[in-house]
Design a protein around this ligand. Sequence first.
Ligand SMILES: [Zn+2]
Ligand SMILES: [Zn+2]
Length: 170
Amino acid sequence: MIDDKEHVEQHVELHLEEEREATMHRGSWDEYFMRIAVEVASRATCDRKHVGAVIVRDKSILATGYNGSIRGLGHCNEQGHLMEDGHCVRTIHAEANAIIQAARNGVRIDGATVYVTASPCWGCFKMIANAGIQRIVFGEFYRDERIFRFATELGIELAPLTPSPAPPAP
Ligand SMILES: [Zn+2]
Ligand SMILES: [Zn+2]
């Protein structure tokens, strides 16, 4: 044994101090996952709107998605938007792509939380609900007010969260 008792106690005390410091600076888990969703959104390929989604359960990321074209087809930034009723419909939305990624990989997302940088559109909301996702944390509000009423009715928590800027690197 190299460490005597006093040395060990000092070490533990120092460790606890570091732990407290880290907790103060790193913010909540919700903010952490929302910042990751913001990062995921940067991969989006329709510049009309960049959206990112992260599906999480028990503090583990199960799947991620951003809005982009059908796999193997050209992107908006290469081929232009595919407009319909004032919206670009070339892309599959971020939340849908995250759910699809989970399906492709055989990952169970029942009971999970989805972090999404913009609130789900009606189509994505329906998919999220039937995927068994229990909690939606969204950044900005986007488009469809109906999700609030139906989320309440379904017992799905729908919580706004504006991501704070990432803490500066040490
Ligand atoms: Zn587009
Ligand atoms: Zn959508």
